[in-house]
Every structure is written in C-alpha cells, then in structure tokens.
Write a protein that binds this ligand. Structure first.
Ligand code: GLA
Length: 618
C-alpha cells in the first residue's frame, strides 16, 4: 500500500512559479443550487426535481445564483452488461424514456437549461453506491444481477463521464466514495454474494489505513475524463470523500468543491460538527476549489421556520465559510419566510464575494466564535456565533477586524439592516444559537496593503508539511441521533490536524516567537511551501521564524521567498527561541510568490513555523 509519506516524496519544496489550484472545471465562486438528497434521500423523481427547479425560478432564488439542480442517489436502474451503459429509472423520470430501454437525461437537462438553470448528477468512485452500502432500505436501489448492480464509476470512468457530461449534458457531477470504503470481504453484503469485494482504500476510523495515493489517482482519472469530455471547462467536479483519504491536501488540485466531513443532519449538534470540519480549513479553499461543509438543512428539523435563529445561523455560517450553498428542502413547501433566509441578498453576496476569501476565526471558543471575512473591496464581514444553548454577552473589538482602535467602525446588521458604530470595542448580546452578522467598515490597521491572513483565497498551502495525517480533535462530536450513547462515542475522524492556518499555529495556538505573540500570521509546519497569488502588489514582507510551541530545541528551519519561481531571499538556519527574521522582497509585476520553510530533516511532523505579519503591499 502506498502511504501518504511515500506520496509526499513527489511533493517537493522546489518553487514552481505556478498556482497549483486546478484551473479545470468552472467554479470561480462557490456553486449554488438545490440537491435532492436532504429533501428526499434516494426517493427522487422528475416531478419533485422539476418542482424544485420551478420554485428556484419563481421565488427569485435562481436569479440570486441558486442555479444547479442536482439529482443525488436514486436515479439509476442498472448497468446494462452488454455494453456497460447505465440505465435510468425511467419509471421515475418519464422524460428520460427513449426507444432504447436505457433512457436519456438529455430532455431533462435541456429543460433545465431552457429555464436558465444547470443540471447535476451523482455517481460513486467505486463499483457500488452509498445507498447500496449503507441505506439499502431506501427507495430506488439498483436492480438485477451483481454485475448489473455495479453502477459506480470503477472500471467505467471514461464511459460514464462521457455519458454524464457529454451525451446527457450535465453541468456538475458529484462523485461519492462509498464503493471504495465499504465493500470489504467481511461486509455481510459482500460475504453473502450480494456485491463484489473491493478492497477498501478508505478506512474512515483509522487514518494510516487510507490508501491516499490510490484514492487520489482514481479521482484524478475522473478529472481527466471530465476535461477530455468538456475541454471548455464548463462543468463542476464535486468530490464527496467526507474529509477522508487526506483529501484536504489534494482536493484543490483535482476538483471544484470537496466535502470536509460526514453527512449533515437537521440538528444543531451535527451542524456544529460539519461547521468545525471546515472552519479551520480557511487556507484550503480558493476560487475554483471550495470546502464543502455539505448541503444546507435550512427549512428542516432544528432549522425549520419555528427555529429562525438556528436557520439564520446555519445560513450565515455556510455563507461565511464560502461553502457551496446547496438547498436541501422540498421546495414545493417553501414559505416566504424560508425564501427570505435562503434568499437574503446580503448574505448570499458574502458567499459570492469575488475575492473568494473563506472567513478566518478571529476568536475561537467552545461557546462563541467570531468569524471575519475580508471582501473584495477591502471591507469586512463579521459573524459572532453563539454555539451554546444559553444567551451570552461578548465583545467585538477593532483588533478582531484588524481595524484601527482609535477610529470609528460602522456596522450594518445584514439580517435586520440596523446600523451602529463603535470605537475600540463594543458589547454584543447573543441569544442562544444566535449569529449576528455585520458588514464592518473602518480604517485598516495595515492600510498600505493586505495581510496574507486577510486573503486566504490567494494563499495556497501547496505542501503543508504534514507527513502522517492526524485526526483533528477540534471537531464537535455530538450525540448522533441514530446512535444515542451506544458505544463509547464518536472520535476525532478527519485528517488535517497540523494543517496551515491563518492567524493561528497549525495546532490552534497563538503564533509566538521569542516570547512575543503575533496577531497576524500564516502558521504552517516546517517542510512546507505556500503559493501566493499576487493581485497587483509591489512588496512582500514578513517576520519568519520557528514558533515557541516547538518542543524540539535542535530542529532547524530555513526560510526562503521565491518570486515567479526565482529565489529572492533565504534566511540562515533558525531554531526555536530566536528572533524572527525580517523579510522584504519586491514583487511588482510578478504573478506568484512562494514561501518555503525547509526543515533540516526531511521528516518533521511537529515543527510549527510562522510567517508573522506577512503582507502584500501596494
Ligand atoms: C453519501 C453522501 C451524501 C449522499 C448519500 C447518497 O452519504 O455523503 O451526500 O450523496 O451518500 O446515498
């Protein structure tokens, strides 16, 4: 088995002069739309789908950007073994009926396109689907022999992708991963002969068991097939690996959106879980490749219209995270109140802001979190989020916003339009589960440019120094409704602990060097390379050094800055406790700046370093 460490061998620290986030596919902004799964699970049909599409148009949500109408699990009947063509469950999709029994979705995608919408479809990277693996009691499972029920992409990538994006003309394909996770010989469904064995490449609970390299190769094959079918790049590749297989470290190079966690459910605890898996991944979301915190449950369960506070929180947080906004509600039942939450133009505009900066955690607590998102015009949006079940009084400060303490800061409440202003700090009352969301305009602390931590959408940890993926312990582990307290609880699951962070160290501490803390920083591990897109700036500056949290006093790190592939600065070897080295490099006219922190040993798992106060200046 190829381990991640083996894979890391072909991720050199050498500067490339290249922005490595995929240029294929088309998602300059987080995709928005509707998907059948949260509303209907696999019980999807044409009537329900077209009703959702019509509602998106009639309510004005389509005009706001909700354009993708995605069919999830449940559309397929079988794979025809004579020519391996996938057959549609035409009993549920009458417009797909053709002379050939296999059917065609082309009439359906034509109708959606004529309505000004886009169309999405669902598959699995293995031989079998998630429904077959986990929810076989749900409707519309594939039928027939073992071979006919192998509806996934495994062994059919080229043919199926050509069918989805070519012949059927879909605009988005979501590719799930249950077929490479669940079909071990021990699975009773396999042992009984119902499905063929496929050695699991993903072990959700045990990170070192994941065959990261092979999983990545499979998804890359899909990406390549998509590009061959649609060289104009007018499609979206949606990865659904739920944060497994170290997908954090490679999704940006392969697809346009990537799930960060297991499935959301319509309850508060699960929303926290999905939020947490994405909220500390701010440097792993970029234009054309976004963190997908999963589909919205606004309208259902603990986010229904009797829970307006919770519904708004869920919507606000997904918008601030730049998560794709994919509605998961039966739109035939949508009330004006629901539409007003999903369709708040100010909130949607944050998600669709063209700078593509995921919000950064300015304050990170179990009870309260403060998220700040720098917008394309240099102003900020700030969300103050009460995770807890009790009201709480907190403070919003100028420092959270990186605005000057001695100047007035104007706030506009993006939910109720209320205006106020403050200087220095202001008290804020949050009801239980409430999120207050403001547009904040003030005088920037760093007016001559932008800190890197204010532009995470332009900072890409191409190599983040993680050798052995470790589970992120900061993800909320709630009471799973289907499990209650049976067993010993849910454990940390998602690799990524130690990943690069804005305004924090990789292990969620305050950046600190030689005894001094730094409020603005990019924290990353040694043996890393960051790519930065230069959007018209003239100078790069930073204070680079080894973080005081480093336990290994002997470890040495050397910092270098490369401009369009050419080395322009290199520090001496540095150790913990030393003063950071000041760096100033001209970058005028350059496209890419790369920041390399090279360790004196090729395997260093726990040496956090800081590019403190790192900024691009005009
Ligand atoms: C997985 C995915 C969900 C949904 C179901 C369909 O659980 O994570 O989003 O697509 O499969 O079976």
């Amino acid at each position: 088995m190829l381990t991640t460490a083996a894979y890391a061998a072909d991720k050199p620290l050498d500067a490339t002069g290249h922005w490595s986030v995929t240029a294929r596919g088309n998602a300059p902004l987080p995709p928005m739309g509707w998907n059948s799964w949260n509303a209907f699970n696999s019980d999807v049909d044409e009537t329900k789908l077209m009703a959702a599409a019509q509602a998106l148009v009639d309510t004005g949500l389509a005009r706001l950007g909700y354009r993708y109408v995605d069919i999830d699990d449940g559309w397929w009947l079988r794979r025809r073994t004579t020519d391996n063509r996938l057959m549609i469950r035409t009993a549920n999709f009458p417009s797909a009926r053709t002379v050939d029994e296999a059917g065609s979705f082309r009439p359906l995608t034509n109708r959606l396109h004529a309505m000004g919408l886009k169309a999405g479809i669902y598959s699995d990277i293995g031989r079998n689907s998630c429904g077959q693996a986990y929810t076989s009691q749900f409707a519309n499972q594939p039928e027939g022999t073992v071979a006919e029920r192998e509806v996934g992409l495994y062994g059919h990538i080229e043919q199926d992708i050509a069918l989805f994006l070519g012949e059927w003309n879909f605009d988005l394909v979501k590719v799930d991963g249950c077929g490479i996770r669940a079909m071990s010989a021990e699975n009773p469904l396999v042992a009984s002969g119902r499905y063929r064995e496929l050695r699991p490449l993903i072990d959700y609970e045990t990170l070192p068991n994941n065959d990261v390299a092979t999983v990545r190769v499979l998804y890359q094959q899909v990406a390549d097939a998509m590009h061959r079918t649609r060289p104009a790049n007018d499609y979206v590749f949606s990865l659904c690996l739920w944060g497994a297989a170290d997908v954090r470290s490679w999704a940006g190079k392969v697809g346009n959106m990537s799930r960060t966690s297991e499935d959301i459910s319509p309850n508060w605890e699960r929303m926290l879980h999905n939020l947490d898996a994405a909220s500390r991944r701010e440097l792993y979301a970029h234009p054309n490749s976004w963190n997908d915190a999963d589909m919205l449950f606004v309208g259902s369960g603990e986010f229904d219209m009797d829970h307006m506070v919770e519904a708004r929180s869920h919507m606000t947080l997904w918008a601030m995270l730049n998560s794709p906004l994919i509605i998961g509600f039966d739109m035939r039942k949508a009330t004006p109140a629901l539409v007003s939450v999903l369709g708040n133009p100010h909130v949607v505009a944050l998600n669709q802001d063209k700078a593509g900066n995921q919000a950064v955690l300015a304050y990170d607590g179990e009870t309260v979190q403060i998220f700040v998102k720098t917008l394309a015009d240099g102003t900020k949006a700030v969300a103050l989020f009460n995770r807890s079940g009790s009201p709480v009084d907190v403070k919003l400060t100028a420092a959270h916003l990186k605005y000057r303490v001695d100047r007035s800061i104007a706030l506009t409440d993006l939910w109720d339009g209320g205006r106020s202003s403050f200087q220095g700090e202001t008290p804020v009352h949050l009801d239980r589960h409430q999120t207050l969301l403001f547009k904040a305009v003030g005088v920037r602390e760093h007016p001559q440019g932008l800190y890197l931590s204010e532009q995470p959408g332009s900072v890409n940890p191409a190599v983040d120094g993680i050798v052995h993926p470790m589970a992120d312990p900061l993800v909320h582990r709630g009471l799973l409704p289907w499990r209650s307290t049976r067993g010993d609880g849910e454990h940390p699951l998602y690799g990524g602990w130690g990943g690069a962070r804005a305004d924090a160290t990789p292990f969620a501490q305050t950046p600190k060097m030689a005894g001094k803390t730094y409020p603005s920083s990019i924290g990353i591990l040694a043996n890393s390379r960051l790519e930065i897109r230069n959007n018209g700036f003239a100078t790069f500056s930073a204070l680079a050094g080894v973080d005081d949290a480093t336990a290994d006093l002997a470890a040495q790190v050397r910092f270098s800055v490369h401009v369009d592939g050419k080395r322009m600065f290199q520090s001496a070897w540095m150790k913990r406790g030393q003063q950071p080295v000041p760096i100033k490099v001209p970058i005028k006219g350059a496209r890419i700046v790369e920041l390399v922190a090279e360790g004196d040993h090729p395997v260093m798992q726990d040496i956090p370093v800081n590019w403190a106060m790192a900024a691009l200046d005009w």
